[in-house]
Design a protein around this ligand. Structure first.
Ligand code: SF4
Length: 688
């Protein structure tokens, strides 16, 4: 194969990960032979992660679905036969039409999330198709929105600093975030800060890889973050370590906050969080007296009944100590506002097509929706893409029962035969990131990436967009917006003169692969107030919440799941701890599974001893919702009273044919529509 046949195509990782790496694909004679991180990209710095650096296995591996499949055996049996696209799409369109004619469009439910995060393959033709159909609307809030809404109630926005600013920080609190596993490209910047003298603290109930690498691991009981933040604030105010001038000028409700803090003396906070009084005081003092001080949050504190309030409470801390004054000080949450502010997403998603009078199902509650006998009309058709709900949705037993319903018509667009796809009536082969156009946004850094197709689709795979285009045509949807190509949709999104784009065009992106949004270096968004709240100030007290009849001050409340404590004494954390999986993606690839070995339950010797559980012993982890059988790993990765299961393993990978979500509830969080998965309580017994 001659050198001259090889060329490089620029693209970017499509995964639901804050790093959004830019990559370079070497293509020789139409075959992708190498994929590496873009060395010129200032955030990617040439490195991909253990999840993605074998992406070509995903593209060309034996597990790849190469043609449309039609079910031939019972649901879940995995018995399928290959069929042509015409056969598959004709039948799917006919069945959807029949369901719509008999029960209305609401009998059809789309189900998707960020299995592919790029704008084009995740929120374009699909959105138009289901809006045109009049399908049940899906609330896509399983991750990210609870924390953002919580921060919004304090700061008026969850806009973040650029992550690069962390190098200036001297006190870094990684609050509920396992940076090394889920935000790898931030870690070198944290190390740079450390080399310059920064102290790194991890607040996490689990002794994660990041906690092990930090200077200080604070391990509160799960779900007690708001209490810890309030306890820190109480100490800071008691000892006069707050920034009175900043508070006076740029905040509202300090007096009311101080009254509330009287409910959170360190002794009470110690009882709630399971921490020592001394540690709470030491943390509060160090945070208030070291500058610049930065709190880094991502989504770890979410997924609780009161998850939004936890973020609201933590977001009060930087204003209390005036941390916003400093470059590298404040709160670093997400950067998702940048692309959504800068780009014309309406041109893509066409929200005006959506009929808001149609019912909405929260994706967290899929199991409920599929099994609720009172739902009128019932969900009769489910179309899944960019997601694997059999693994990622809570109340897994209900989800699986729903997917097994003989009267449910299920279509799944996928790369590999997932646990969800096994239950489908039709499985449609979707292209990977190497085979389609996309414009990839980031929620963790400040770059926008153009993904160009490097190779022709493998087998008969088609982009999601093309599948929905073809389906629309068969359904008789002849609106011109179904004719747009992927490239046209990207150009339309970029056809704006937003200052954040700094004049960048499609052609600039095509040539370079990525652009940086025009965010200033040394950005101090609230150094002199200017919070985008109604009051223009950081709201310790929220008038808006008061008007809604909600607690206007930060607070901590025990979740309702606590009422189950008697029967199920252990708190379960289902953490994203697997280095080689991204949520449930990659658990279907042998190399990645082998690298992770098997799902293990982490349990402290203090809890394992009385239960006669030895290291490596088979255990049953259970509650009223379900059970999982796995091996125990006895050690100090978790504190007493807490057990942890890795998230992402498919039900098929355990003896019990269930995974962590069999134990998790589908209660919704206080704000933002997320789920309270992590409030779960369980009991564990030996299963030898
Ligand atoms: S999963 Fe994240 S860290 Fe890994 S290659 Fe993709 S964007 Fe980069």
């Amino acid at each position: 194969m001659g050198e001259d046949m090889a060329h490089i195509v620029r693209g970017g990782c499509p995964h639901d990960c804050p790093d959004t790496c830019a990559w370079l694909v070497t293509v020789e004679d139409g075959v992708a032979t190498k994929l590496v991180g873009d060395p010129e990209h200032p955030y990617t710095r040439g490195g991909l992660c253990a999840k993605v650096n074998r992406y070509l296995d995903r593209v060309y591996g034996p597990q790849r679905l190469l043609s449309p499949l039609r079910r031939t055996g019972p649901k879940g049996s995995g018995a399928f036969e290959p069929v042509s696209w015409d056969e598959a799409l004709d039948d799917i369109a006919a069945r959807l039409q029949r369901i719509v004619a008999e029960s209305g469009g609401e009998a059809v439910l789309p189900y998707s999330y960020m299995g592919t995060q790029g704008f084009i393959q995740s929120r374009s033709m699909d959105r138009r198709f289901f809006a045109r159909l009049g399908a049940t609307r899906l609330e896509r809030a399983i991750c990210g929105s609870t924390g953002s809404v919580g921060i919004y109630h304090t700061l008026g926005s969850s806009d973040a600093l650029a992550p690069e600013e962390i190098v200036h920080s001297r006190f870094i609190v990684l609050w509920g975030t396992n940076t090394i596993v889920t935000n790898l490209h931030l870690w070198p910047l944290i190390r740079e800060a450390k080399a310059n003298g920064a102290t790194v603290v991890v607040v996490d109930p689990v002794r994660s890889r990041t906690a092990q690498a930090a200077d200080w691991h604070v391990a509160p009981l799960p779900g007690t973050d708001a209490a810890l933040a309030l306890g820190m604030m109480a100490v800071i105010v008691r000892e006069g370590l707050h920034d009175a001038e900043y508070i006076e000028r740029y905040t509202v409700g300090f007096e009311q906050l101080v009254e509330r803090l009287a409910d959170y003396p360190p002794e009470r906070v110690a009882a709630i969080t399971g921490l020592e009084v001394e540690e709470i005081e030491r943390l509060a003092r160090a945070y208030a007296t070291t500058r610049p001080a930065l709190i880094r949050t991502l989504v770890g504190m979410e997924h609780r009944e009161h998850g939004g309030m936890a973020y609201r409470a933590v977001a009060c801390l930087p204003a209390l100590v005036g941390a916003w004054r400093d470059v590298g000080g404040g709160l670093l949450h997400m950067t998702a506002n940048l692309p959504f502010e800068a780009l014309n997403t309406d041109a893509l998603e066409m929200p005006h097509l959506e009929d808001h009078s149609l019912r909405e199902v929260n994706m967290v509650q899929l199991g409920r929706a599929l099994t609720d006998p009172t739902l009128d009309p019932p969900i009769r058709a489910l179309v899944v893409y960019n997601s694997n709900p059999a693994t990622i949705a809570p109340e897994q037993n209900k989800v699986l029962a729903g997917l097994r319903r003989d009267d449910l018509f299920t279509v799944v667009l996928e790369h590999v035969m997932t646990d969800t796809a096994r239950h489908a009536d039709y499985v449609l082969p979707a292209t990977t990131q190497l085979e389609h156009w996309d414009l990839v946004w980031s929620w963790g850094q400040t770059y926008l990436t153009l993904n160009q197709p490097a190779i022709a689709p493998v087998g008969d795979a088609l982009p999601n967009t093309e599948i929905f285009r073809r389906l629309a045509a068969r359904m008789g949807f002849d609106e011109p917006y179904f004719q747009e190509t992927d490239e046209q949709m990207i150009r339309a999104m970029l056809d704006v003169a937003h200052p954040l784009l700094g004049g960048a065009t499609f052609d600039d992106l095509k040539e370079r692969g990525w652009i940086r949004f025009a965010v200033p270096q040394g950005y101090r968004p609230y150094a002199e107030g200017g919070f985008p709240t109604r009051s223009g100030k950081c709201e310790f007290y929220s008038e808006r919440l008061a008007k809604r009849g909600e607690d206007p001050l930060p607070n901590w409340t025990a979740p309702r799941e606590q009422a189950m404590r008697d029967g199920y004494p252990l708190s379960l954390i289902a953490a994203k701890s697997a280095l080689h999986f991204l949520n449930s993606s990659y658990a279907g690839l042998e190399h990645h599974r082998n690298a992770e070995r098997e799902p293990l339950l982490d349990i402290h010797p203090f809890d394992a001893g009385p239960r006669d559980i030895a290291d490596g012993a088979m255990v049953r982890v259970f509650n009223a919702r379900g059970e999982v059988q796995v091996k125990a790993r006895v050690g100090e990765r978790v504190r007493p009273g807490v057990v942890a299961l890795p998230f992402g393993w498919w039900p098929a990978h355990s003896r019990s044919s269930t995974s962590a979500n069999a134990l998790n509830q589908d209660t919704l969080s206080d704000w933002g529509g997320g789920g309270a998965f992590h409030d779960t309580l369980v009991e564990v017994t030996s299963d030898q």
